[in-house]
Design a protein around this ligand. Structure first.
Ligand SMILES: [Zn+2]
Length: 203
């Protein structure tokens, strides 16, 4: 299991916010080729375990519902990353899904420590959806919206939370999309030089 978890993290998951991982479960390889990790049993199991969502989930796992929900979150991410706010329609949908009954439990941890837990009245799909949305709501309530970015490579579109000191990260990965962009721009300059050279030689 730990090797699978290592792989999950090495691919960029499990780092900042649960909802960001959920959106990125629809992943593009940088050239526009799509993978849907929600359809991969191992990925889904690791994702749920990493974010402590694995308890009692699975009986009402509906890929169509997950897809629809992911589509809504991608739209919200797109609006946020481009400086727009969450639309009124999406805010209503988010608040409707956040509305699930919870209760508090005081739990003893060893001899001297206590924890206050927030427990859902019913677990399952509605609870998982509320947990994912609550991670988005938390990020926004913490004033972190400017750190939410989408990789500008159209064949990638990876959603990420910029943790750099100056909020200066542009690409999902400098080695992947950043490097590809540098190579592309170098080739363009090189081609332009050759073309202008050939034009000059014909003068
Ligand atoms: Zn990228």
């Amino acid at each position: 299991m730990s090797r699978i978890r290592d792989k999950f993290k090495a691919r960029g998951f499990g780092k900042t916010y649960l909802w960001i991982d959920f959106v990125n479960s629809e992943e593009y390889d940088g050239f526009g080729s799509r993978s849907d990790h929600l359809q991969e049993g191992k990925w889904l199991k690791t994702f749920l375990a990493h974010w402590s969502l694995n308890e009692n989930f699975g009986t009402d796992l509906d890929l169509r519902k997950l897809n629809h929900f992911r589509h809504l979150l991608r739209r919200v991410a797109q609006a946020l990353a481009t400086g727009k706010g969450v639309s009124k329609r999406d805010l209503i949908a988010i608040n409707k899904s956040l509305h699930i009954p919870l209760y508090r439990v005081l739990r003893k941890q060893g001899n001297a420590f206590y924890a206050l837990d927030l427990i859902p009245l019913h677990r399952g799909w509605r609870w998982v959806r509320a947990e994912i949305l609550s991670s988005l709501a938390m990020m926004l309530a913490e004033g972190q919206r400017p750190r939410l970015k989408i990789c500008p490579n159209p064949g990638c579109q990876w959603l990420f939370f910029d943790q750099t000191h100056g909020n200066s990260r542009k690409w999902c990965s400098d080695l992947r999309c950043g490097n590809r962009d540098r190579v592309r721009r170098f080739r363009e300059r090189h081609t332009a030089t050759i073309l202008s050279g050939s034009r000059m030689s014909t003068v």
